[in-house]
Design a protein around this ligand. Structure first.
Ligand code: EPU
Length: 346
């Protein structure tokens, strides 16, 4: 366990914006976490549990400035097999493990289910918080349960699929239980018979190009990695937090109306309405690679905001509000933020 006061968080988020935490702890197992939350001053320094930020890799977080409270950095690692049948394998994984390492481990062992989620930056514990998703698969599709500590209730919970209330980039941890818990481990149900999901357009066409008819788990993962590498910047090189906004859902009427003016507008049909790629709306509203000062939209994918050098959280937030305004004015569509925001600016 580590403990520091006035601790810089700048290099602990992938946006690399500046900010200090009044109290910073890291923990490697549940016992260490317990000793932190049972400190006699924990309730006071966390402002009665109101100012707690649980940090994994900080890959979906916009830090606005200093955080007057407690930061808990989850470094719980480890993976164990819980149960196994002819078809399935149940594994329990430490919430601090790097997500992509888990994907690679699963591929090496021939366990299918998360290969489409290769290269998503972040930790295993952050994956259920926003129900990570890519190329036709979401975390909820392979999720079994998770264990978490609830600060206010002072007790452990084991939550199943329904308890987590998963939605599109959404869960109970972004709503009612926001900043109230720390996830310590996640159980997954993976498949020993490779049932692969290659329906997503970009994967299908890439496999066709490669002349692969019956792909292996590894081949699907490679295709996903190629696609991601071609349009999503590596946060170690270009600071970013992936998609900054969610793809908005519009009504059938709004869609029919916009389609007249923009017949080329991409869409995903939903049972109720249409989902429109926010990246397309942003590119149309502002042009490709639009930037202002130290913040910009990534040239190959406008939905990814990048820190072009020395940006503060406030710079990025202000830029993002201008983007929302531009899409509102041009299309009458509201963009909702996908990344989490923490800290304060002056
Ligand atoms: N598009 C543009 N211009 C842009 C960006 C996109 O015209 O600047 C168009 C593309 O040509 C394509 C469509 O918009 O026709 C969709 O783009 P893309 O396939 O890149 O997917 P997305 O809907 O923008 C979502 C997720 C990504 C995920 C991909 C692949 C959200 C908010 N984002 O992006 O997730 O990797 O699908 O499944 O749902 C993330 O959550 O951080 C993330 C990167």
């Amino acid at each position: 366990m580590e403990y520091s006061q006035h601790f810089s968080l700048q290099h602990l988020t992938t946006f690399k914006t500046p900010g200090f935490a009044s109290h910073f702890f890291s923990f490697k197992n549940e016992e260490e976490l317990t000793s932190i939350v049972q400190r006699s001053d924990f309730e006071r320094i966390s402002n009665h549990y109101k100012d707690i930020l649980v940090l994994g890799k900080g890959s979906n977080l916009l830090l606005l400035g200093d955080l007057n409270g407690v930061v808990l950095k989850n470094e719980i690692d480890g993976l164990k097999i819980i149960d196994e049948s002819t078809d399935d394998i149940f594994i329990e994984v430490g919430a601090g493990m790097d997500w992509h390492h888990l994907v690679l481990h699963a591929i090496e062992n021939g366990w299918a289910g998360i290969e489409n989620l290769a290269l998503i930056p972040g930790t295993v514990g952050a994956a259920p918080v926003q129900n990570i998703g890519a190329y036709g698969i979401e975390l909820k599709d392979v999720f079994h349960s998770l264990r978490c500590w609830h600060f206010e209730e002072n007790k452990w919970y084991q939550l199943g699929l329904d308890d987590c209330q998963f939605g599109y980039r959404d869960s109970i941890f972004k709503r009612g239980w926001k900043n109230k818990t720390v996830i310590t481990s996640v159980q997954f149900k993976l498949s020993k018979n490779a049932i692969l999901n290659t329906e997503y357009g970009a994967i299908t066409s890439e496999l066709e190009k490669m002349g692969v008819l019956n792909p292996t788990i590894l081949e699907v993962a490679k295709v996903v990695m190629n696609i991601r590498n071609s349009k999503i910047p590596n946060p170690d090189v270009v600071p970013n937090a992936g998609s900054f906004f969610k793809n908005p859902t519009i009504t059938d009427i709004q869609y029919e109306y916009l389609k007249i003016e923009y017949p080329e507008m991409p869409f995903y049909k939903l049972p109720d309405g249409y989902k429109i790629p926010a990246g397309w709306l942003l590119e149309k509203a502002n042009g490709r690679g639009y930037s202002e000062g130290r913040v910009g939209c990534y040239e190959k994918q406008a939905l990814i905001l990048i820190n072009t050098g020395g940006a503060t959280g406030k710079d990025i937030l202000t830029f993002s509000k201008k983007l929302q305004q531009s899409v509102r004015e041009k299309f009458g569509v509201e963009l909702e933020r996908e990344v989490n925001v923490a800290g304060n600016y002056k």
